[in-house]
Design a protein around this ligand. Sequence first.
Ligand SMILES: Cc1cc2nc3c(=O)[nH]c(=O)nc-3n(C[C@H](O)[C@H](O)[C@H](O)COP(=O)(O)O)c2cc1C
Length: 311
Amino acid sequence: MNHAAKTEMLAVNLAGIQMRTPIIGASGTFGNGEEYDDFVDWDYVGGISVKGLTVEPRNGNHGRRIAETPAGIMNCVGLQNPGIEVFVNEILPRIRVYKTPIIVNINGNTVEDYIKITEMLAGAEVAGIEVNISCPNTKHGCMAFGVNPGSAALVTREVRKRAKVPVIVKLSPNVTDIAEIAQAVEAAGADAVSLINTLLGMAIDTKTWKPVLGNLTGGLSGPAIKPVAVRMVWQVAQAVKIPVIGLGGISSALDAIEFFLAGASAVQVGTANFVNPKIMNEIACGLCSYLEEHDLQHYSQLVGKINVGGN
Ligand SMILES: Cc1cc2nc3c(=O)[nH]c(=O)nc-3n(C[C@H](O)[C@H](O)[C@H](O)COP(=O)(O)O)c2cc1C
């Protein structure tokens, strides 16, 4: 299959963001894209969700920030980033050359922080805003907004009022009913939702009896969380009309296909980028082969097509 045939099978307009493929680099795992420039063919990268940004620069958490787990990792990076001004003035002009949509992952301790960062992005040439209300590794704000329908809706409404581009709200799996939160942010104006962020976890060193991570707890990601993510995407896709972006443990084309069948209109790839920096390209090409084998012309023919009858 040639290049043009592949991109024809994968192109999508997601909530107003025109993408060459439905495969996006997940925030915090794909840097600002530059780190992967030697490895990826940008034609197959649907978009980059850049590392989470805050109004002011942040150093992140002290101590150990990453620990391996069976089939995944736990991290407590704590939103280390150079601040929105440096991003807009220095980083954004450099990464625009990749000609792939740049989605800005925004974070805050307060609603005012989310408002300010959105206003600071008003003149920037970005494709979308991903509102992170689900980071489990900060002491204030962020995930606190995402675990309650009222506060999730409040942040969404304030960002949507000011944003010049589509607004994607990133949901936390650390809730009882994720569909309820998704419906609340949809009603508040979200153009799409992405899910899931990491699952709150902990590890203890049995030699020292101390927590392994500097922040005591951390967010679990990677293949270990995939079944939870697929289940949540399936629940949310049935509950809302806006597009759902699925992520959590995707490390192959077949993993991505599971998310499409569950109802995701696009996917993000996170931890798998650390294992194989070419993984997004491999997923895109694997997806095309699967479509060809199944006599399908476009990946959207998979979206929501889970067959729940006759198990
Ligand atoms: C080291 C690391 C840093 C992350 N930083 C962010 C972040 O800044 N903003 C965000 O919304 N999600 C962040 N995430 C969460 C991922 O974007 C993703 O939601 C999660 O890891 C699940 O996907 P995966 O299993 O494919 O990694 C981070 C994840 C990891 C592993």
